[in-house]
Design a protein around this ligand. Structure first.
Ligand code: ADP
Length: 263
């Protein structure tokens, strides 16, 4: 009896510290998002700008040598060769950056989507309350487990909630509401729906918002939704947006159930 009680307590403690760990991690993810992206873009820009500048100079030199009477073909050829070398350098830099991101393998653990959502709702409560928003959750029963990276999936949910909070903060007068629903997806798996009563997605199209660097916010990066879609697709799911009636935006994503479970 004593053994069992102690084991149970120890297990609870582990769970609690895991939860705290993930809380801290989520906060860091959020706080660091802008800083990391800014830093990363600055170093990519630095690596890529120099060969692009050299390419432009060489292109104008080549045009100059070709426009001479008679054209100086040797000098034009040299300039074109330097363009070639610089082009190769840019594509090497891009290749190295891609390899860097591919290295991190996707973690595969069992994820209860409802639990993951409730944790993110708890983490975002401060922002929600501060902006006078009501968040309702309708979480379905008996949903299958997802296999994947819990922190990455929570990053997606967090991004969608923060986007909704930012959109809702822009309206005045009407109620600011966000409704989060989960249910069974087709043919199996889960469907998560976030419906807000904000201004909706009028100025950028329903698809363009998912492209990187598309933003309508003064300090925005426009990377959030593009990263969200990449994460959901890496988990075998789909993420899309529709308009909410009478107004607002709806974001939905599906995730397949863990493959070896009966659903
Ligand atoms: P960012 O938040 O940095 O702008 P995102 O990729 O997350 O980048 O979003 C891109 C754009 O999509 C936003 O600038 C905004 O115009 C639009 N958007 C995203 N979510 C919502 C929403 N819930 N309601 C209205 N517009 C939204």
């Amino acid at each position: 009896m004593v053994d069992l009680t102690e084991r149970k307590r120890a297990e609870e403690e582990i769970r609690e510290s895991e939860r705290r760990y993930s809380e801290v991690q989520m906060e860091l993810v959020h706080a660091n998002r802008v800083a990391t992206m800014g830093h990363l873009s600055a170093s990519i820009a630095h690596e890529v700008n120099q060969p692009i500048g050299a390419t432009l100079n060489n292109a104008s030199a080549a045009l100059h040598w070709l426009s001479k009477e008679p054209a100086d073909l040797d000098k034009a050829r040299d300039a074109l060769n330097r363009i070639f070398a610089n082009g190769n350098r840019v594509s090497e830099v891009v290749g190295r950056i891609r390899a860097l991101f591919k290295k991190a393998p996707l973690r595969k653990e069992d994820v209860d989507i409802n639990e993951a959502i409730l944790e993110v709702i708890a983490l975002t409560r401060g922002e929600v309350v501060k902006n006078g928003i009501s968040v309702q959750s309708h979480l379905g029963d008996g949903l299958p487990l997802i296999q994947g990276d819990r922190v990455q999936l929570q990053q997606v949910i967090m991004n969608l909630i923060i986007n909704a909070v930012e959109a809702l903060s822009a309206i005045s007068g009407d109620p600011r509401e966000l409704v989060i629903t989960t249910g069974k997806g087709e043919p199996d798996g889960v469907l998560v729906v976030l419906r807000d009563s904000g201004p909706g997605l009028s100025s950028l199209g329903l698809e363009r918002i998912f492209d990187a660097f598309n933003t309508t916010k003064p300090g925005g990066l426009g990377m959030g939704l593009s990263i969200c879609r990449t994460i959901i697709e890496a988990h075998g799911g789909r993420l899309w947006a529709t308009a909410t009636q009478p107004r607002g935006a709806t974001f939905q994503f599906t995730l397949p159930a863990r493959s070896n479970q009966a659903s």
